[in-house]
Design a protein around this ligand. Structure first.
Ligand SMILES: [Fe+2]
Ligand SMILES: [Fe+2]
Length: 288
C-alpha cells in the first residue's frame, strides 16, 4: 500500500488589522521584535497568505493522505493573530484525505499569554489517536498512518522572556512519554515512525537551538525506523543523523520570499521517496 505525506512549516502569516490594539503588545520582547520585523523581517513574509493559499491549491491538485505541520503559523502570538489564523490553518489541515498533526513554533508560543491562546485556538485543530499517552503538557500526539507508518508530534517551543533567547527544550515529561511510545511494540514494529517537532534536533547555538538535544538523541539512538521532521530554520535541507541511517528533513519556510518550500514523501512499503515542493510561476510544484 502506498501513502503520501506532506510536511510544511513556518508560514508566519501577516498579522490582521487591529492585532496591536492590546496591552500585550507592550511586552518588551514584542516591542523589540516589532522593530526588527519592520526593519528587515516582515517584507520577506508579506505574501505568506498567498503561499498558504498556494499550498491549498497544490493539495487540491495533488491530494495527500496526511499533512504534518511543524509550527510558526504566527509572528508575535497575539490574540488577533490566533483568531485570524485558526480558520486558515483548519482549512489547510482539512485538505489531507486521512488526517493531520501539528505542533506550535516559538512564534506561536511567543509570550506566557500565548500558551492559553494556543490551547484555545490551535490545539483543537488536531487530535491524538492515543490521547492517554500524552503528558500533562498535551503532547506527544500520535497519528496512525496506515498499517506501516505512524507520526508522533512533541513540543519543543516555549515562551522565552528575553528577545535574544529563542532556544527550545523538550519538557522532561514529554521526553519520558516519547521514550515510552517508541518502546511500544505496536510503534516499534512500524516501518516508518515520523517524529515531528518545531526545533532542529541539535543544539545549534545556546540561544537559538534545542537546549536538551543530546538527551533527545539518546532516546532516539539505536532505533532503525525513524524519520525526523522539523522547521524553525527557514531553509530546507536533509541529512542523515551522524553514524546512523536515520534521515532528517527540515521543511524550511512555506512562505519566505524566494525560498518557499515543503517536503512531499511517497511511501511504498519500506521505501521512502522524498521530493521537495517549490514555488514557481505563482504556484507550488515539485522540484525535478
Ligand atoms: Fe519560523
Ligand atoms: Fe521558529
Amino acid at each position: 500500500m502506498s501513502l503520501r505525506i506532506l510536511h510544511f512549516s513556518d508560514v508566519h502569516l501577516p498579522f490582521p488589522p487591529g492585532s496591536f490594539r492590546t496591552p500585550g503588545i507592550l511586552h518588551p520582547k514584542r516591542l523589540v521584535a516589532l522593530v526588527n520585523f519592520y526593519l528587515r523581517r516582515g517584507s520577506k513574509y508579506a505574501r505568506a497568505l498567498q503561499k498558504l493559499n498556494g499550498l491549498n491549491e497544490f493539495l487540491r491538485r495533488e491530494p495527500v493522505d496526511y499533512l504534518l505541520f511543524t509550527g510558526d503559523t504566527l509572528n508575535f502570538g497575539l490574540e488577533r493573530e490566533f483568531t485570524g489564523a485558526a480558520p486558515r490553518l483548519a482549512e489547510t489541515l482539512a485538505l489531507a484525505r486521512r488526517g493531520a498533526l501539528a505542533v506550535p513554533g516559538n512564534h506561536d508560543l511567543y509570550t506566557q499569554d500565548s500558551l492559553g491562546l494556543h490551547r484555545r485556538h490551535f490545539a483543537p485543530l488536531v487530535r491524538s489517536d492515543l490521547p492517554e499517552t500524552a503528558a500533562e503538557t498535551g503532547f506527544p500526539l500520535v497519528r496512525w498512518m496506515g498499517d506501516e507508518a505512524v507520526a508522533i508530534a512533541f513540543n519543543t517551543s516555549r515562551p522565552n522572556f528575553n528577545f535574544w533567547n529563542s532556544s527550545g527544550r523538550v519538557p522532561a515529561v514529554e521526553l519520558d512519554a516519547l521514550r515510552a511510545l517508541l518502546d511500544r511494540p505496536d510503534i516499534a514494529a512500524r516501518r516508518h515512525v515520523f517524529l515531528m517537532t518545531h526545533y532542529p534536533f541539535d543544539e545549534s547555538g545556546f540561544f537559538h537551538g534545542l537546549r536538551n538535544a543530546r538527551a533527545l538523541l539518546r532516546v532516539l539512538h539505536g532505533r532503525g525506523n525513524l524519520v525526523l521532521l522539523h522547521g524553525h530554520n527557514h531553509r530546507p535541507y536533509t541529512y542523515f543523523l551522524p553514524e546512523s541511517a536515520t534521515p532528517l528533513y527540515c521543511a524550511g519556510s512555506l512562505s519566505k520570499e524566494g525560498a518557499e518550500s515543503f517536503w512531499l514523501f511517497d511511501l511504498f512499503g519500506g521505501a521512502l521517496n522524498p521530493r521537495r515542493g517549490v514555488w514557481r510561476n505563482a504556484r507550488f510544484t515539485l522540484a525535478d
